[in-house]
Write a protein of this length. Structure first.
Length: 179
């Protein structure tokens, strides 16, 4: 695709030089990123970051349950959209399309995933209810499961509220309104 686009352009044109320069810049960024990765790996930073990410994912799993598998990618997508939105309004780059549909996807799917986590957590808590070990132990085990179930709902709702707010800000800026 790149080569077919390059062959369509005439060599001395500014568009050709801009396109070549862009791909050279992308290549340099990839090489610099790889060099930084290997330097940080040699310094032991990568293993510390990976360990930190693993600890964060473990914490989210303990607080939200299995539904964290769906909510973490939505969180990452929302963070990427936030960076893209800041870059767009700062004038660093421009987009051809709108991000409103992406915000709406996160806004609508996050609460559903949170509710799914609540249902799975309650199911797990009630399924593990065993009063043969004593009523106090059964209540404690059930309260942990209910807490995890409610944690997934809170996570999903917070994610949806952030997506809704960002969609509102993005839409208002696109239409030229004050936020």
């Amino acid at each position: 695709m790149i080569m077919s686009r390059l062959t369509q352009l005439r060599f001395p044109s500014a568009e050709f030089l801009e396109m070549v320069g862009r791909y050279v810049l992308y290549g340099a960024a990839i090489v610099a990123g790889a060099a930084l990765f290997f330097w940080l790996r040699a310094a032991g930073v990568v293993s510390a970051v990976v360990g930190g990410l693993a600890a964060l994912l473990n914490y989210l799993y303990v607080m939200s349950g299995i539904v964290v598998v769906g909510l973490v990618p939505l969180t990452i997508a929302l963070a990427v959209l936030a960076v893209a939105q800041v870059g767009y309004h700062a004038g660093w780059w421009h987009f051809k399309g709108s991000h409103v549909r992406k915000y709406e996807l996160i806004e609508s799917s996050a609460p559903i995933l949170g509710l799914l986590g609540t249902m799975l957590g309650l199911w797990d808590a009630l399924e593990g209810l065993d009063v043969s070990k004593g009523l106090q132990a059964a209540i404690q085990n059930m309260s942990v499961g209910v807490g995890q179930a409610l944690g997934s709902s809170v996570y999903g709702l917070i994610l949806a509220l952030i997506a809704y707010t960002m969609k509102h800000i993005y839409s208002a800026r696109l239409s030229g309104e004050e936020v």
